[in-house]
Design a binder for this molecule. Structure first.
Ligand code: ZN
Length: 147
């Protein structure tokens, strides 16, 4: 697979059929993200039970990269502990900003490696990381509310 190509089939498919689409009812935590440069907007809902993300969803508008990234983020984070979610966030962020030495060989990154090509397009880094930052914020909110 050529990870240099920005629009992988997987990305286009998630853009067409986003997973975990919709809202979670209160009192679950939510966080919004906006990327004015591209017009992307995303809201992420997250349910933290104990130390585990038992449910996560999103609604958003914007480009294919932002939507597919949000969709795959929810799949990657659902069921993870807080520490695991933070680890995936860090590796994903390192990858799209070009600071990950070997994303294809990193089990934490897994399927998310289809976003490796984003690192070559600085203007798209925000598109790819928007939902991740929102997830990160919602996770912090949920944790501080619970503790
Ligand atoms: Zn975008």
């Amino acid at each position: 697979m050529d990870l240099g190509n920005l629009y992988q089939d997987v990305i286009l498919e998630h853009n067409r059929n986003p997973r975990n689409w919709g809202e979670l009812p209160p009192p679950n935590d939510r966080a919004d993200g906006r990327n004015p440069m591209c017009g992307d907007e995303v809201t992420v809902w997250l349910k933290l039970e104990g130390d585990r993300v038992t449910d996560i969803s999103f609604v958003g508008t914007g480009c294919a990269i932002s939507k597919a990234s949000a969709s795959m983020m929810t799949q990657a984070i659902k069921g993870k502990t807080r520490a695991e979610a933070e680890a995936v966030f860090e590796q994903f962020h390192a990858m799209v900003t070009g600071h990950h030495a070997n994303p294809a060989g990193d089990a934490t990154v897994g399927k998310l490696k289809v976003f490796a090509g984003v690192a070559r397009f600085p203007a798209r880094v925000k598109c790819a990381s928007l939902a991740w930052h929102a997830m990160h914020e919602a996770l912090h909110q949920a944790h501080s509310r619970a503790s």
